[in-house]
Design a binder for this molecule. Structure first.
Ligand SMILES: NC(=O)c1ccc[n+]([C@@H]2O[C@H](COP(=O)([O-])OP(=O)(O)OC[C@H]3O[C@@H](n4cnc5c(N)ncnc54)[C@H](OP(=O)(O)O)[C@@H]3O)[C@@H](O)[C@H]2O)c1
Length: 257
């Protein structure tokens, strides 16, 4: 079979669901992974004619290995693997419990590590493949401090991704590794965050207009066609990141005004 195959975690809603629909419409085979089977079935029915559902908890290494195994059993290859599943939190650093920290690190960071270690050996064997890790602008700029350990987990994703990319560029240049940092996206994410999402004044003043999951899926489709090391999805992000790294003190002064 020569159809291309994409595996997407967090496929049951938001960005992951929109990406599955987009890639299915392009004629790709789509492997949908998340925990909620009924939601996955709904999304799969709108994701073209070549789909596979694999119920997966991304915090379990055995589930991620099983996801790789089932995808290969069904389609014989994986071309693109998207580590997209994630969850926010609404609690400041000082208030976090150790359990909060473990929960958020596991779903946002360990999951990416498991995904990488599951799929990269397959990519190495065939000498090609594209791994895409969905991070966040908040992994680069601590713009919403109530996301605390989520932001830290995404920063860790950024670093892990960059290190993997450099390693593979030396040994397996046919494997592409991309980091994607969305800004605010109008999905269930804000509602699903552990302890919810407080109202934050500087979001409204940031010039960062929320994007839809479908807009992000379009951007991801372009990234798959033309792989890049890393991208911000929101047009306002690069300038904010530049201002932050140019003068952290001034940026933070401005945030607390
Ligand atoms: N929305 C934003 O503003 C925003 C901004 C920047 C970055 N992002 C990132 O974009 C990615 C997608 O978020 P979204 O906006 O699409 O949020 P969403 O609508 O809440 O979707 C989250 C997805 O992750 C899955 N998931 C959560 N825990 C999981 C687990 N333990 N195992 C397997 N799947 C799990 C959920 O599926 P189940 O519940 O069915 O398992 C769901 O499909 C995340 O990595 C998020 O951090 C989002």
């Amino acid at each position: 079979m020569d159809k291309k195959v994409i595996v997407v975690t967090g496929a049951s809603s938001g960005i992951g669901a929109a990406l599955c629909k987009k890639m299915g419409a392009q004629g790709w085979c789509v492997v949908l992974a998340a925990r909620r089977l009924a939601e996955l079935e709904k999304i799969a029915s709108g994701s073209g004619t070549c789909t596979l559902i694999v119920p997966t908890d991304v915090t379990k290494r055995s589930d991620m290995d099983h996801l790789k195994k089932k995808s290969l059993e069904k389609f014989g290859r994986i071309d693109v693997w998207v580590n997209n599943a994630g969850r926010g939190i609404g609690k400041r650093v000082i208030d976090l419990t150790e359990q909060d920290l473990d929960e958020i690190m596991n779903v946002n960071f360990k999951s990416v590590f498991f995904g990488i270690q599951a799929v990269v050996p397959h990519f190495m064997e065939k000498g090609s493949g594209h791994i895409i890790n969905i991070s966040s602008f908040l992994g680069r700029v601590p713009f919403a401090t109530f996301r605390s350990v989520y932001n830290a987990a995404k920063s860790a994703v950024n670093t892990l991704t960059a290190n993997l990319r450099v390693d593979l560029r030396r040994s397996h240049p046919g494997i592409k590794v991309s980091l994607v940092m969305p800004g605010v996206v109008s999905s269930e994410f804000q509602k699903n965050a552990l302890y919810g999402t407080p109202q934050v004044p500087h979001f409204s003043g940031s010039g960062m207009k929320p994007q839809t999951p479908e807009e992000i899926a379009d951007i991801l489709f372009e990234l798959i066609k033309n792989p890049k090391p890393e991208i911000y999805t929101n047009p306002a992000s690069p300038d904010m990141a530049r201002r932050y790294y140019e003068d952290v003190a001034a940026f933070e002064d401005n945030m607390v005004k």
